[in-house]
Each structure stands twice: as C-alpha cells, then as structure tokens.
Design a protein. Structure first.
Length: 250
C-alpha cells in the first residue's frame, strides 16, 4: 500500500534551507534524506518551476507572480536571501533541474502539483508529460515519483497524461467523500493534515487499502503517535529532529 520512503524532507530541506530550491535538496541529502517533497507550478510560458506561493513577497522579494513571469526571469530571481544572506546566490530552480538532481542522487520525489488558480488542467498535464519524458530519458536507474495535489482537476489531468505515474490526493480537513475521490483518481494514497487525522479515520483509510501519508509533522512524539495509528509516512520540516530512519527507530 505504501512502497515509498516513510519519512520525507518537506520542500527539500525543511526548516534548514530556503524551500523548494536546489540548496534545499542538497540540505536534505546532507542530513541523510533520500526522499523529498516539493511544489511545482507553471511560469507564464508554461515551464514547470519549483514554487509554493503563486505571488511574490515571501520567498521572492517584491511584487508579481509566477504565472505572469517568464521562466528565464524566474531562474534569475533570488530565492534564498529571505531565509539567510548565506543563500543570496540561490535562485528559483526548474522542475527539470531538480528532477535531474534527485535522480542523480537516487532521491525519491513526492511532486506536489500546485497550480495557480485557473491553470489546474494545464499544470497537471504539463508536469505529468514532462515527468514522463524525463523518467524515460533517465533510464533503468530512474526512481518513479509520486504526484500529489489538493487540486482534483490537476490530478485528473495528470492521470490522463501519464497514467502510469502514481497519485496521492491531498486533503486538509476530513472530507466524507474522500474514498470516492481516491477511486476516481485511481489514487494509491490519501495525504492529509496530521492535525485533523484521528485513529478512526486512519483505520478506515488503511482498511480501504490505501496508503496514508501526513503533512507536516515536526514533533517526534506526534510522529510516533500517528505511526502507531497505521500512518505509512509523513513529511517534516525538522529534519534535524526527525531523521530519515525515524520510522524504523520508533
């Protein structure tokens, strides 16, 4: 039900590096993580890039948005200074570059498709087709990623474009229609907010034959608790407190 790593570095390096950057991927690797989660959306010219927020202002200084900026301009933008001046030379990476980095280091990827509103189908389709192409180019050594998204429309589009790449549906709070949604997506797992998970719901998900993944667990005690409920894995910002082998040690 869950053939993937159990403990995953959130946005690459958790709270120890600027999120969704190659520096974050390297940070996670330095801490022994061979599994990362990150966000992908499209630039103005339809190029998949790593970014969580559709608008600038938090990780990218100034005003503007990803959907109105060309990829070549995004790739020149400072994506590290907000975190620490030591990362002033860190820029917005392309999905292709991060994919190549992860494959080169045998890092499993949870690729969250994070469409800008209004671009759900296009984002799901583009990310899926590019992933399919890159995966084939990588060859026999390639590690299959897992797509996830809060957007049902984006995941449906990804399913149509690359049905062989597994999918997990993201939820925040409980949704009584969760099983029907997973079935419609032919999803392998439900990814949900650990804050709202209960032992009863966890048991229902597992009994239905789905994988169960949670975000974002930063306290070791909470991690141990939900693993005892049957949770298959979770992502964490505190890769300094919760190591890659945490599930085996708990």
């Amino acid at each position: 039900m869950w053939p993937y790593p159990k403990i995953v570095a959130h946005r690459g390096g958790g709270s120890l590096a600027p999120e969704n950057t190659l520096a974050a991927m390297q940070c996670g690797l330095n801490y022994g993580f061979k599994a990362v989660e990150f966000d992908v959306m499209l630039s103005k010219d339809g190029i998949p890039v790593l970014m969580h927020d559709p608008d600038f202002g938090r990780t990218i200084a100034g005003t503007g948005s990803v959907a109105t900026t060309l990829a070549r301009d995004l790739f020149q933008m400072d994506a590290g200074s907000w975190f620490d001046s030591r990362f002033a030379d860190v820029h917005v990476p392309s999905y292709e570059d991060v994919f190549s980095f992860c494959q080169a280091h045998q890092i499993w990827m949870n690729v969250e498709i994070k469409p800008v509103p209004g671009f759900e189908q296009e984002t799901g389709h583009t990310v899926a087709r590019l992933t399919q192409e890159l995966f084939r180019k990588t060859g026999e050594e390639a590690i299959p990623p897992l797509f996830s998204s809060f957007s049902l429309e984006a995941l449906m589009s990804a399913k149509d474009a690359a049905p062989e790449i597994a999918r997990g549906y993201l939820l925040d709070e409980f949704d009584p229609g969760w099983r029907e949604t997973l079935d419609s997506l032919s999803a392998v797992a439900l990814h949900t907010n650990q804050k709202y998970l209960t032992p009863v719901w966890a048991k229902e998900i597992k009994n239905a034959g789905f994988g169960l993944f949670c975000y974002t667990v930063n306290a070791p005690a909470r991690g141990r608790e939900i693993l005892q409920w049957g949770v298959d894995g979770f992502c964490t910002d505190r890769i300094d407190l919760i190591g890659a082998d945490f599930a085996e040690d708990s």
